[in-house]
Design a protein around this ligand. Structure first.
Ligand code: SF4
Ligand code: SF4
Length: 97
């Protein structure tokens, strides 16, 4: 008698949220920010805007998905995305504060 194959459907594990980076703050070093607007233009979530002096700032931090586009594209290294995992790793990047 042939053994019946067990029909054990393995459940796919739920997508882990452990690796998702939560943004704590967007730090703009104003002395280096020339207000070019590149970070504002490339942010896919409309997080960034210009303040009254033309510097970038996080107008809508809650919408940030920590994609790092602003930080990677800033030609003046003026903007830093501070995430929980960076802080936990001791890499807050806010040495000028
Ligand atoms: S890309 Fe850099 S220099 Fe340009 S507005 Fe943003 S932070 Fe400032
Ligand atoms: S990390 Fe991404 S979503 Fe967050 S402010 Fe920068 S460009 Fe926008």
């Amino acid at each position: 008698m042939a053994k019946e194959a067990k029909q054990t459907k393995e459940k796919k594990p739920a997508k882990s949220t452990a690796k998702r980076r939560k943004t704590v703050a967007i730090d703009v070093f104003k002395a280096w920010c020339k207000g070019c607007g590149i970070c504002v233009a490339f942010c896919p979530k409309g997080v960034l805007a210009h303040d009254e002096d033309g510097h970038a700032y996080a107008k809508n931090l809650e919408a940030c998905i920590a994609c790092m586009q602003c930080e990677l594209r800033c030609p003046d290294f003026a903007i830093t995305v501070i995430t929980e995992d960076r802080l936990n790793a001791g890499k807050g990047g806010i040495s000028h504060v």
